[in-house]
Design a protein around this ligand. Structure first.
Ligand code: C5P
Length: 307
């Protein structure tokens, strides 16, 4: 039984992955999280989330596409948690949803794939159930599901503070062209943060580097490539030493900057323009050094209703 008037029977949403252009981390906080200053950029690799009405109180998910077998489909799935949270928030016991996720964003790859699916589900179910919620309210709910979810809802280029969940838009000119080197195997975010905690390091300022923000304002890929920074990179490389070879390879093939994306293991390589990205992708593929090579651009929207 449908207790709210649906806008349609099926809603499809496209949800983008992200790279962190800068990721500065403080020490672990009492709540287990780390204070971050991070600059996110949404890039054109998308999961599709389709939501349909289901019986009241019934929330289920199925996953198709790349690496689908790696995604849990029970109550632990972040999209199921998102739909349940939104239904609870609405106070309407008549809500239920059947969710289909078509994956392209690497699973546990450091590109916020799970958070994108949660963001897509929140936006999709809010439309399906005709809840009329403001994006700001959806971002607040998203923050309860994961630190990257608020950014994944809005996308573009943004500064993330707090746990990364307090987002504010960052001025960015132009389009940046990336080549992503996708690795075999996953890298757990808590494990990478654990390794980060265990490694002695120099204190870095908990702020986005001014030269990086300036590069974005100027639309200067060369300056952006030089300013990319990720405090989690040494921890990711210590857990997966072979990634260092991939980073070196990207630099030798002419990338303007090469960085571990988030907690990894995806490696993001910035190219000067679309043509340079095509060349880099071909050369990297020919080396056979990673599971897959993808060409993307950013910034793009975080979530977009398709129907
Ligand atoms: O928020 P989310 O569930 O995506 O985070 C996954 C894990 O990453 C957390 O449980 C925590 O171990 C780590 N994390 C962190 N500090 C952050 C964000 C994530 O320690 N700011």
């Amino acid at each position: 039984m449908k207790s709210s008037a649906p806008s349609s029977d099926t809603v499809r949403v496209r949800a983008a992955g992200k790279v962190n252009l800068a990721l500065r981390s403080g020490p672990r906080r009492p709540d287990g999280y780390h204070s971050l200053a991070t600059v996110f950029q949404s890039v054109s690799i998308y999961d599709e989330v389709e939501v349909r009405w289901s019986e009241p109180g019934d929330f289920r998910v199925s996953v198709e596409g790349e690496q689908a077998e790696l995604v849990p489909v029970g109550a632990a799935n972040l999209a199921v948690k998102a739909a349940r949270l939104l239904a609870r928030h609405s106070g309407d016991p008549g809500l239920g949803a059947e969710i289909v996720i078509r994956k392209a964003i690497p699973v546990t790859g450091g590109m916020a794939g799970g958070s994108a699916d949660a963001a897509g589900t929140l936006v999709g179910c809010a439309a399906l159930w005709n809840l009329g919620l403001e994006p700001g309210r959806l971002r607040e709910l998203g923050a309860r599901l994961g630190a990257d979810v608020p950014f994944c809802i809005s996308g573009g280029t943004a500064l993330g503070t707090g746990r990364g969940d307090q987002v504010a838009p960052v001025l960015s000119r132009g389009t940046y062209h990336w080549v992503l080197a996708l690795s075999e195997g996953e890298l757990s975010t808590p494990a990478v943060f654990g390794e980060f905690d265990a490694t002695p390091r120099a204190r870095t300022p908990l702020a986005a580097p001014p030269e990086l923000l300036n590069a974005l304002v100027c639309g200067d890929p060369r300056a952006l490539g030089a300013a990319l920074v990720n405090d989690l990179q040494p921890a990711a490389l210590s857990l997966r030493p072979e990634l260092a070879t991939l980073i070196e390879l990207g630099r030798n093939l002419g990338a303007l900057g090469v960085i571990v994306s988030g907690s990894g293991p995806t490696i993001a390589m910035l190219a000067a323009d679309e043509r340079a990205a095509m060349g880099l992708a071909v050369d990297l593929t020919a080396q056979g050094a990673c599971r897959a090579v993808k060409r993307v651009h950013g910034p793009v929207a975080g979530t977009r209703l398709l129907s």
